[in-house]
Design a protein around this ligand. Structure first.
Ligand SMILES: [Zn+2]
Ligand SMILES: [Zn+2]
Length: 315
């Protein structure tokens, strides 16, 4: 027996699986906490956005009753540029943060030249551009977190962006409420990536991949060790499980289930032999006269007709 096989026989897979599970749960919890900490400002902002856009539909005292809440949200988040309320003439009637955007007193947004892009420019602030977010809260949520692949790709690779705005300020803009008189409420956020965000997402993903690989290899080793114990072709079963994982493990279990196992040496036995082909142990009840296998409930041997004494069948 090779040293690898000897190690496999001794290895405690049950303990390894339990340890692997505990480490996975701890790592998952730790990663989630770490990511939540890294993106805490963004999560708070996204949650704030969700709340204000939900409250605005249910507000009974009109938009004015929402303003203290907007001010609190704006003060608490460094990533929130401003919440602006514009009247029908695009005059700024409320600014939660008194940002530069509100200084000129109005905000006239127009679509950038180029047609197909989703960027808007304000005539008052030609250096600032707005990326319009549509599709409700979820889209805004993803973009505020700044981890959205699509947003990143669009911002990096978008030819129009590269050509026109790579050195200019881009804000995220969402119009989350409007009135019949042309009133609009604009929610304006900064698209800065969270500090260390990309690195922490990569670290968490790497940890998850590592743990998944450990699980994958562990399952293949487990099948290998079990096949080894059953005197089967362990390398073939182990490699099959390494390539097919759960499917290979399942086929292994089915295969083992369909055969008999020697209770002395553990070898898997095919056919209907009465004795283990590996160690010679008797596999079950046999006829005392012809020594062929019989079922435990048979009263007479099916091969030679000998009467079977139930009490003595295992003599
Ligand atoms: Zn045996
Ligand atoms: Zn017999």
């Amino acid at each position: 027996m090779s040293r690898f096989d000897a190690a496999m026989e001794k290895f405690n897979f049950r303990k390894a699986v339990v340890v692997c599970l505990i480490v996975s749960v701890l790592a998952g919890t730790g990663s989630a906490g770490f990511l939540a900490h890294t993106f805490r400002d963004r999560l708070a902002l996204a949650d704030g956005y969700r709340r204000v856009s939900k409250d605005v539909g249910a507000a009974e005292g009109g938009l004015e009753s929402m303003e203290p809440g907007w001010k609190r949200l704006a003060a608490s988040s460094p990533d929130l540029v401003d919440i602006l309320v514009l009247d029908g003439e695009n005059r700024v009637v409320f600014s939660a943060k008194h940002s530069d955007l509100s200084q000129s007193g109005s905000l006239n947004l127009s679509e950038d030249r180029g047609g197909q892009n989703r960027y808007l420019t304000a005539g008052e602030n030609p250096d600032v551009h707005f990326r319009l977010t549509e599709g409700g809260g979820l889209q805004v949520f993803r973009q505020l977190l700044g981890v959205d692949e699509e947003t990143g790709r669009e911002n990096r690779d978008h030819y129009f962006y590269e050509k026109n705005y790579s050195r200019q300020k881009i804000y995220l803009l969402s119009c989350f409420a409007g009135g019949p008189d042309g009133t609009k409420v604009y929610f304006i956020g900064d698209l800065r990536p969270a500090a260390g965000g990309r690195l922490s997402v990569k670290a968490a993903a790497a940890l998850a991949v590592l743990l998944f690989m450990v699980y994958w290899v562990l399952l293949a080793l487990w099948v290998y060790a079990r096949a080894l114990r059953a005197k089967m072709n362990a390398p073939v079963w182990g490699i099959a499980a390494l390539f097919t994982n759960l499917a290979g493990w399942f086929v292994f279990l089915l295969y083992r289930q369909s055969r008999r196992t020697c209770c002395r040496c553990g070898a898997l036995q095919s056919g209907d032999g009465a004795y283990c082909t590996y160690c010679g142990a008797r596999l079950g009840a046999v006829c005392p006269r012809c020594h062929r296998p019989v079922n435990g409930w048979d009263r007479y041997c099916g091969h030679c007709g000998c009467a079977l004494n139930r009490g003595k069948k295992d003599e």
